[in-house]
Design a protein around this ligand. Structure first.
Ligand code: LLP
Length: 424
């Protein structure tokens, strides 16, 4: 596949007759074995997306640091480690996972506004690629901890370019001035000067992340231009950088809309960075895994009331938070036999909250109790945002490759839910 050629993820989910498949695995049969709700991921689709982006960025030295928060399952991380991926982490827990999955420390970048001293120490001991530092307090603490250990922490300052990125929900915008993220552009130079004098810091890069689910290259370009100006100013002052981290945020298609293509992103960015002698780091999460996952849920009841039809499923907002939290849209379809009457319905979960829904006022084929529904495009921020609210064990996760289905996380049990409680 050459640059500009987009795969359609056709390998991931498709129909054979009436039956929905993930690669060569019949999803109804998979549910017989593992029950519902069930997250299913296509390993091939994940690797295809990685390969596409890797190829598109190939004209420049680059590191794809997969954002573990999108989906940190070890099976998923191993599939990416095998491709040569790095990781973008935001906690000691994610560091542990990434290393456990075989992602080399020197391919790991550590983001986040609230790194703790033990997390910094663990990342220093592992020998990560770099810390994306978001405040002067963090910078000074990191210097102290590194200095105590007789090392220098490789650092990029995360700057806030005050770019308005048109993400679908306010909660996923991070690049404008009034968020907790990054260091205001106007203060960046001053903090770089300080960083250059600190005994435990090795200034190596600059970092920017402007939001999530961005569908156009333009906001990246606006941020990039500002960041490159800063790089130049720093060079004048004798502070040379060797990498530029553009963060994550590449958007995917949830409704009919097109996701951003790796080549559109690369075509916009590469001409500005290729002469700069900088390694380009990107931190995609959703782009890599979003379309590669679905959630299968069983219909429990159909209920009518208040002029509405409710399809009550055994998956709820604790299993998939995006509809409720971000008004996220996820396509819903019957796993099995189709051609039913199309109706307008709310697909809702069993949780005692009005906000517990998977889809509102959605035209779907009318299911019957016992039918299976597939909720699409939940590979990113699906399981990773799940909880046990209402004392519901979290779903199992299965990774599919060709005709092989591997259980990569067993279903939680009710015993698991009380296992950590002490002093009874
Ligand atoms: N790098 C940084 C510093 C981030 O904060 C994030 C996401 C990423 C990379 C990866 O972004 P991605 O490529 O996946 O868009 N839970 C929300 C998305 C929150 C994103 C948080 N930060 C959702 O379900 O839409």
């Amino acid at each position: 596949m050459g640059p500009g050629v987009l795969s359609t993820n056709s390998a991931a989910f498709h129909r054979q007759g009436d039956d929905l498949f993930c690669e060569d695995v019949d999803l109804a049969a998979l549910v017989e074995q593992h029950g519902t709700p069930l997250y299913v991921y296509s390993r091939t689709a994940i690797q295809e997306r990685y390969r596409e982006l890797d190829w598109a960025l190939s004209p420049v030295p680059h590191l794809i640091a997969y954002s573990v928060k999108a989906n940190g399952n070890l099976g998923v991380l191993r599939a990416l480690a095998e491709m040569g991926a790095g990781a973008d982490i935001v906690s000691g827990g994610e560091l542990h996972r990434a290393l456990l999955a075989g992602i080399p420390a020197e391919r790991i970048v550590f983001s986040g506004v609230g790194k703790t001293a033990p997390e910094m120490a663990a990342a220093l001991d592992a020998g990560i690629h770099g810390f994306n530092v978001e405040s002067e307090g963090e910078l000074r603490l990191l210097s102290e901890i590194a200095h105590q250990r007789g090392v220098r922490a490789p650092v990029a300052l995360r700057v806030n370019p005050d770019v308005q990125s048109p993400t679908p929900h306010a909660y996923t915008r991070t690049g404008h001035a009034a968020t907790k993220f990054g260091i205001p552009m106007a203060r960046a130079l001053e903090l770089y000067r300080e960083a250059a004098t600190l005994p435990g810091i090795h200034v190596r890069g600059v970092d920017v992340h402007i939001g999530s689910q961005i569908l156009q290259p333009d906001p990246y370009l606006l941020a990039l231009v500002q960041v490159l100006e800063l790089v130049e100013q720093l060079a004048h002052e004798g502070i040379g950088l060797d990498y530029l981290d553009l963060g994550g945020g590449l958007g995917i298609a949830y409704t009919g809309e097109e996701g951003i293509s790796a080549s559109a992103f690369a075509d916009a960015i590469i001409p500005h960075v290729e002469s700069k002698g900088l390694q380009l780091v990107v931190e995609p999460g959703r782009y890599i895994v979003g379309a590669a996952g679905l959630l299968i849920t069983r219909v429990l009841y159909i209920k009518e009331g208040g002029g509405k039809r409710f399809v009550i499923t055994d998956a709820g907002m604790n299993d998939l938070l995006r509809p409720s939290h971000y008004e996220g849209y996820h396509r819903v379809e019957l796993v099995g036999r189709r051609g039913r009457e199309r109706v307008l319905a709310d697909v809702v979960g069993p949780i005692c909250e009005t906000g517990d829904f998977l889809a509102l006022d959605r035209e779907i084929e009318l299911p019957e109790p016992g039918d299976l529904l597939a909720i699409h495009t939940v590979g990113a921020y699906g399981f990773s945002m799940s909880s046990t609210y209402n004392q519901r064990p979290r779903p199992a996760e299965v990774l599919v490759e060709d005709d092989k289905a591997m259980l990569v996380r067993r279903r939680e049990t009710i015993e698991d839910l009380v296992a950590g409680e002490v002093g009874l």
